[in-house]
Ligand binder design. Sequence first.
Ligand SMILES: O=C(O)CCC(=O)C(=O)O
Length: 363
Amino acid sequence: MARDIFSQTANCELPIADQLRTANCKLKLSPKSLFNNSLIYIVILIRYFDTFLVVGFVKLMLSRENANMSFILAPVDTVENISPSDFKKHYLEPRRPLVIKGLTNNWPAREKWTPDYLKQTVGKKIVPLYDNSKADPSKPINSAAAEMPFDDYIDLIMSEPTELRIFFFNIFKHAPQLLNDIAFPKELMGGFLESMPSMFFGGSNSVTFLHYDIDLPHIFHTHFGGKKHVILFENKWKRRLYCIPNATYALEEYDVLNPDVDKFPSLKGIQGSEVFLEHGDTLFMPTGYWHWMKYLEGGYSLSLRAWDASITRKAASIYNLAIKGGLDSVLKMAFKANYARYRERVAVKWADKALAKSEKLKA
Ligand SMILES: O=C(O)CCC(=O)C(=O)O
């Protein structure tokens, strides 16, 4: 019956409203047939109401997802173990990130470093804590929001969600015996900075802001405890990510998980990678890689750093440490909020320019 209606209308070359007005149109719509047709539409509507609803909902969700979709994230390659030659060829030289799940299989730390063991080993040492708030423009980026005895802090992160993190803590200074529980993966590469192993701690919900490390090392980042979400970008995306001039972090106004691409259009289409680290996993982050990390559950990580073999990278690392970081601190102290506003404006200008350039290349 419904098909009849469509074939009738198909005989008419005019739109339905005009058909009704046009006397010589082949379609004759009497009040009775109009009533019948409306009835059919109502029956169809009721019959397929739930289908229309589901289709509409799915369409709405997809359009919302597309509206929010900015970064294009691929999973980080993951292996159980890797030979030195494969590591060199496929990850170290092309500077690609990798997760090695079994690198710590022989480390005593994998079983031994429970929260209780670390509490007993480090004890009541007072540690600086950092939160998720935006950096104070007059202070160095890593200024602490609070401090606490280490053992109390471990109890806190293991019992409840908290933004508070310990950032870049050389735990081995206070408990050198912990060095016996780990191994620098020298079979995979050379150049390890053995005096600089550092630890990071966080409660569920705490976030390490998007940044890259100023000294440009390769980093082997091993995680202990609950899951940790990591998002990575190659350094070539620096300007599109709204990198702050003279700094190694980005504009803090956007949410890396759900960025507002209407406000920050340059983020749309940036390609990165993503992984959820589990207990004992080691993430290889090549030199200059941007990283954003969220502790989904309380946990801690160890970062082992190694020089990149190239002379230019080493020179850039020394320049960053000696000049860039120092200059930035002096300018911050001298010009405070004015300097911060100026840098944010420049970050937006750079991002707009970089976006226009990449759109031109695509066209
Ligand atoms: O785990 C964290 O909280 C941050 C780690 C980090 O930024 C690093 O290893 O360079």
